[in-house]
Design a protein around this ligand. Structure first.
Ligand SMILES: Nc1ncnc2c1ncn2[C@@H]1O[C@H](COP(=O)(O)OP(=O)(O)OP(=O)(O)O)[C@@H](O)[C@H]1O
Length: 251
Protein backbone atom coordinates (compact mmCIF):
# COMPACT_ATOMS: atom_id res chain seq x y z
CA UNK A 1 0.00 0.00 0.00
CA UNK A 2 1.20 3.54 -0.80
CA UNK A 3 2.58 5.66 2.02
CA UNK A 4 -0.02 8.03 3.49
CA UNK A 5 0.33 11.71 2.55
CA UNK A 6 -1.01 12.63 5.99
CA UNK A 7 -0.78 10.61 9.16
CA UNK A 8 -2.05 11.67 12.57
CA UNK A 9 -0.55 9.63 15.32
CA UNK A 10 -2.24 9.59 18.74
CA UNK A 11 -3.08 13.30 18.62
CA UNK A 12 -4.47 14.78 21.84
CA UNK A 13 -5.43 18.32 22.82
CA UNK A 14 -7.13 19.85 25.83
CA UNK A 15 -8.69 23.28 26.20
CA UNK A 16 -8.13 23.80 29.92
CA UNK A 17 -9.67 20.77 31.58
CA UNK A 18 -11.74 19.91 28.47
CA UNK A 19 -10.27 17.18 26.26
CA UNK A 20 -11.20 18.16 22.68
CA UNK A 21 -8.94 15.77 20.76
CA UNK A 22 -8.46 12.35 22.29
CA UNK A 23 -5.83 9.98 20.91
CA UNK A 24 -6.80 10.58 17.29
CA UNK A 25 -4.95 8.53 14.69
CA UNK A 26 -5.90 8.59 11.03
CA UNK A 27 -4.35 8.52 7.58
CA UNK A 28 -5.05 10.09 4.21
CA UNK A 29 -3.69 8.04 1.32
CA UNK A 30 -2.56 9.52 -2.01
CA UNK A 31 -5.60 10.25 -4.15
CA UNK A 32 -8.03 9.59 -1.33
CA UNK A 33 -10.91 11.77 -0.19
CA UNK A 34 -11.14 11.25 3.56
CA UNK A 35 -14.08 12.88 5.36
CA UNK A 36 -14.20 13.67 9.06
CA UNK A 37 -17.72 13.98 10.42
CA UNK A 38 -19.21 14.32 13.87
CA UNK A 39 -21.85 16.21 15.83
CA UNK A 40 -21.44 19.90 16.74
CA UNK A 41 -18.60 20.32 19.20
CA UNK A 42 -17.07 16.93 18.38
CA UNK A 43 -13.71 18.59 17.75
CA UNK A 44 -13.52 18.67 13.93
CA UNK A 45 -12.33 22.29 13.70
CA UNK A 46 -9.84 21.76 16.52
CA UNK A 47 -8.49 18.74 14.63
CA UNK A 48 -8.14 20.57 11.31
CA UNK A 49 -6.42 23.42 13.16
CA UNK A 50 -3.83 20.96 14.44
CA UNK A 51 -3.34 19.58 10.93
CA UNK A 52 -2.84 23.00 9.34
CA UNK A 53 -0.60 24.20 12.19
CA UNK A 54 -2.90 26.83 13.74
CA UNK A 55 -2.89 24.83 16.99
CA UNK A 56 -0.20 22.61 18.49
CA UNK A 57 -1.30 19.29 19.95
CA UNK A 58 -0.51 18.51 23.59
CA UNK A 59 0.70 15.10 22.50
CA UNK A 60 0.98 12.96 19.41
CA UNK A 61 2.38 13.71 15.96
CA UNK A 62 1.34 15.11 12.60
CA UNK A 63 3.26 13.55 9.70
CA UNK A 64 2.91 15.17 6.30
CA UNK A 65 4.54 13.79 3.14
CA UNK A 66 6.73 11.63 5.32
CA UNK A 67 7.95 14.50 7.47
CA UNK A 68 7.15 15.20 11.12
CA UNK A 69 5.54 18.67 10.96
CA UNK A 70 4.11 18.68 14.49
CA UNK A 71 6.21 21.65 15.54
CA UNK A 72 6.01 23.56 12.23
CA UNK A 73 3.76 26.60 11.81
CA UNK A 74 1.08 27.26 9.20
CA UNK A 75 3.38 28.89 6.63
CA UNK A 76 6.00 26.13 6.78
CA UNK A 77 3.31 23.47 6.33
CA UNK A 78 1.81 25.43 3.42
CA UNK A 79 5.25 25.55 1.76
CA UNK A 80 5.40 21.76 2.00
CA UNK A 81 2.16 21.60 0.01
CA UNK A 82 -0.60 21.62 2.61
CA UNK A 83 -3.48 23.81 1.41
CA UNK A 84 -6.52 24.76 3.46
CA UNK A 85 -9.52 26.33 1.83
CA UNK A 86 -12.96 27.72 2.52
CA UNK A 87 -12.43 28.90 6.06
CA UNK A 88 -10.84 32.25 5.40
CA UNK A 89 -11.30 33.53 1.90
CA UNK A 90 -8.21 34.97 0.28
CA UNK A 91 -10.09 36.15 -2.82
CA UNK A 92 -9.52 39.78 -3.79
CA UNK A 93 -12.99 41.09 -4.67
CA UNK A 94 -11.91 43.74 -7.19
CA UNK A 95 -9.63 41.42 -9.16
CA UNK A 96 -10.89 39.17 -11.94
CA UNK A 97 -10.99 35.41 -11.45
CA UNK A 98 -7.91 35.09 -13.68
CA UNK A 99 -6.02 37.76 -11.72
CA UNK A 100 -6.83 36.09 -8.42
CA UNK A 101 -5.51 32.74 -9.60
CA UNK A 102 -2.45 34.37 -11.19
CA UNK A 103 -1.75 36.06 -7.87
CA UNK A 104 -1.91 32.72 -6.06
CA UNK A 105 0.35 31.19 -8.71
CA UNK A 106 2.78 34.05 -8.35
CA UNK A 107 2.90 33.70 -4.57
CA UNK A 108 3.81 30.05 -4.96
CA UNK A 109 6.09 30.50 -7.95
CA UNK A 110 8.19 33.20 -6.33
CA UNK A 111 11.20 30.93 -6.28
CA UNK A 112 10.63 28.62 -9.24
CA UNK A 113 10.10 31.46 -11.72
CA UNK A 114 12.87 33.67 -10.41
CA UNK A 115 15.30 32.71 -13.14
CA UNK A 116 12.91 33.15 -16.03
CA UNK A 117 12.73 36.39 -17.96
CA UNK A 118 9.78 38.44 -16.63
CA UNK A 119 7.66 38.20 -19.81
CA UNK A 120 8.07 34.43 -19.96
CA UNK A 121 7.39 34.12 -16.25
CA UNK A 122 4.19 36.11 -16.71
CA UNK A 123 3.08 33.94 -19.59
CA UNK A 124 3.80 30.76 -17.68
CA UNK A 125 1.83 32.08 -14.72
CA UNK A 126 -1.08 33.20 -16.89
CA UNK A 127 -1.16 29.78 -18.57
CA UNK A 128 -1.16 27.99 -15.23
CA UNK A 129 -3.91 30.27 -13.96
CA UNK A 130 -6.04 29.63 -17.06
CA UNK A 131 -5.50 25.89 -16.69
CA UNK A 132 -6.64 25.92 -13.06
CA UNK A 133 -9.70 28.03 -13.89
CA UNK A 134 -10.60 25.56 -16.63
CA UNK A 135 -10.19 22.67 -14.17
CA UNK A 136 -12.91 24.15 -11.95
CA UNK A 137 -15.21 25.13 -14.82
CA UNK A 138 -14.54 28.87 -14.64
CA UNK A 139 -12.74 29.32 -17.97
CA UNK A 140 -15.56 31.45 -19.34
CA UNK A 141 -15.70 33.59 -16.19
CA UNK A 142 -11.96 34.35 -16.18
CA UNK A 143 -12.41 38.08 -16.79
CA UNK A 144 -15.26 38.59 -14.33
CA UNK A 145 -14.44 40.42 -11.08
CA UNK A 146 -14.49 38.03 -8.12
CA UNK A 147 -17.08 40.23 -6.41
CA UNK A 148 -19.53 39.53 -9.23
CA UNK A 149 -19.21 35.75 -9.07
CA UNK A 150 -21.93 33.70 -7.40
CA UNK A 151 -21.22 32.15 -4.00
CA UNK A 152 -20.62 28.75 -5.62
CA UNK A 153 -18.36 30.28 -8.27
CA UNK A 154 -16.32 31.97 -5.53
CA UNK A 155 -15.84 28.58 -3.88
CA UNK A 156 -14.71 27.19 -7.25
CA UNK A 157 -12.34 30.15 -7.59
CA UNK A 158 -10.83 29.42 -4.18
CA UNK A 159 -10.36 25.85 -5.30
CA UNK A 160 -8.59 27.06 -8.48
CA UNK A 161 -6.34 29.28 -6.34
CA UNK A 162 -5.39 26.23 -4.27
CA UNK A 163 -4.95 23.99 -7.34
CA UNK A 164 -2.61 26.39 -9.11
CA UNK A 165 -0.21 25.99 -6.20
CA UNK A 166 -0.02 22.23 -6.88
CA UNK A 167 -0.75 21.19 -3.28
CA UNK A 168 -0.02 17.69 -2.03
CA UNK A 169 -3.10 17.70 0.21
CA UNK A 170 -6.11 19.97 0.42
CA UNK A 171 -7.96 20.50 3.70
CA UNK A 172 -11.55 21.38 2.86
CA UNK A 173 -13.20 23.13 5.76
CA UNK A 174 -16.98 22.90 5.33
CA UNK A 175 -17.04 23.66 1.60
CA UNK A 176 -20.84 23.55 1.46
CA UNK A 177 -21.47 25.97 4.35
CA UNK A 178 -23.84 28.70 3.17
CA UNK A 179 -24.19 27.14 -0.27
CA UNK A 180 -27.61 26.50 -1.87
CA UNK A 181 -28.75 23.10 -3.11
CA UNK A 182 -27.88 23.56 -6.80
CA UNK A 183 -24.48 25.05 -5.95
CA UNK A 184 -23.79 22.25 -3.47
CA UNK A 185 -24.46 19.72 -6.21
CA UNK A 186 -22.21 21.57 -8.67
CA UNK A 187 -19.40 21.91 -6.15
CA UNK A 188 -19.73 18.25 -5.16
CA UNK A 189 -19.42 17.29 -8.84
CA UNK A 190 -16.40 19.51 -9.19
CA UNK A 191 -14.65 17.94 -6.20
CA UNK A 192 -15.59 14.47 -7.44
CA UNK A 193 -13.88 15.35 -10.72
CA UNK A 194 -10.63 15.91 -8.84
CA UNK A 195 -10.80 12.51 -7.15
CA UNK A 196 -7.64 10.51 -7.58
CA UNK A 197 -5.64 13.55 -8.67
CA UNK A 198 -5.58 15.29 -5.32
CA UNK A 199 -5.84 13.89 -1.82
CA UNK A 200 -8.40 15.74 0.28
CA UNK A 201 -9.41 15.81 3.90
CA UNK A 202 -12.98 17.01 4.07
CA UNK A 203 -14.88 18.36 7.04
CA UNK A 204 -18.52 18.73 6.15
CA UNK A 205 -21.95 18.68 7.79
CA UNK A 206 -23.83 17.98 4.57
CA UNK A 207 -24.16 14.19 4.64
CA UNK A 208 -25.20 13.91 0.99
CA UNK A 209 -21.91 15.56 0.02
CA UNK A 210 -19.91 13.41 2.42
CA UNK A 211 -21.40 10.17 1.19
CA UNK A 212 -21.07 11.26 -2.46
CA UNK A 213 -17.40 12.17 -2.15
CA UNK A 214 -15.65 10.25 0.59
CA UNK A 215 -13.58 7.15 -0.04
CA UNK A 216 -13.24 6.84 3.71
CA UNK A 217 -15.06 8.42 6.64
CA UNK A 218 -13.82 8.96 10.17
CA UNK A 219 -16.43 9.76 12.80
CA UNK A 220 -15.41 11.92 15.72
CA UNK A 221 -17.48 11.88 18.89
CA UNK A 222 -16.36 13.93 21.88
CA UNK A 223 -12.90 14.34 20.36
CA UNK A 224 -12.25 10.65 19.83
CA UNK A 225 -12.51 8.42 16.75
CA UNK A 226 -15.77 6.52 17.18
CA UNK A 227 -15.49 4.74 13.84
CA UNK A 228 -13.53 4.83 10.60
CA UNK A 229 -14.20 3.00 7.37
CA UNK A 230 -15.85 2.98 3.98
CA UNK A 231 -19.05 5.06 3.54
CA UNK A 232 -21.00 1.81 3.44
CA UNK A 233 -19.48 0.56 6.69
CA UNK A 234 -20.09 3.90 8.39
CA UNK A 235 -23.67 4.11 7.20
CA UNK A 236 -24.37 0.70 8.71
CA UNK A 237 -22.34 1.06 11.92
CA UNK A 238 -24.75 0.84 14.86
CA UNK A 239 -22.45 2.87 17.13
CA UNK A 240 -22.32 5.68 14.58
CA UNK A 241 -26.06 5.61 14.02
CA UNK A 242 -26.70 5.83 17.72
CA UNK A 243 -24.04 8.40 18.61
CA UNK A 244 -24.10 10.57 15.55
CA UNK A 245 -26.88 10.00 13.11
CA UNK A 246 -29.29 10.15 16.05
CA UNK A 247 -31.06 6.97 15.10
CA UNK A 248 -32.05 4.00 17.19
CA UNK A 249 -29.60 1.37 15.98
CA UNK A 250 -32.15 -1.34 16.62
CA UNK A 251 -34.88 0.34 14.62
N1 LIG B 1 -10.46 28.19 21.88
C1 LIG B 1 -11.22 27.39 22.61
N2 LIG B 1 -11.18 27.42 23.97
C2 LIG B 1 -11.94 26.59 24.71
N3 LIG B 1 -12.77 25.67 24.19
C3 LIG B 1 -12.87 25.58 22.86
C4 LIG B 1 -12.11 26.44 21.99
N4 LIG B 1 -12.41 26.12 20.69
C5 LIG B 1 -13.32 25.12 20.77
N5 LIG B 1 -13.59 24.79 22.03
C6 LIG B 1 -14.47 23.70 22.50
O1 LIG B 1 -13.89 22.51 22.00
C7 LIG B 1 -14.89 21.60 21.59
C8 LIG B 1 -14.67 21.21 20.15
O2 LIG B 1 -14.97 22.34 19.31
P1 LIG B 1 -14.77 22.30 17.74
O3 LIG B 1 -15.11 23.67 17.24
O4 LIG B 1 -13.45 21.75 17.39
O5 LIG B 1 -15.91 21.28 17.30
P2 LIG B 1 -16.55 21.02 15.85
O6 LIG B 1 -16.71 19.55 15.73
O7 LIG B 1 -15.73 21.69 14.81
O8 LIG B 1 -17.95 21.72 15.98
P3 LIG B 1 -18.92 22.32 14.82
O9 LIG B 1 -19.40 21.14 14.05
O10 LIG B 1 -20.01 22.97 15.60
O11 LIG B 1 -18.11 23.28 14.00
C9 LIG B 1 -16.23 22.28 21.88
O12 LIG B 1 -16.68 21.83 23.14
C10 LIG B 1 -15.87 23.74 21.93
O13 LIG B 1 -16.76 24.43 22.77
Amino acid sequence: MADPILKLDDLSKNFGALPVTRHVSLEVLPGEIHAVIGPNGAGKTTLINQISGVLKPDRGRVLFAGQDVTRLGVAARARLGLARIFQISSVVAGFSAQENVALAAQAKAGSSFRFLKPARADRAIEDKAAESLAAVGLARRADVAAALLSHGEKRALELAMALVQAPRLVLLDEPMAGTGKAETERLTELLAGLRGRLPMLLIEHDMATVFALADRITVLVEGAVAASGSPEAIRNDPVVRRAYLGEDAHA
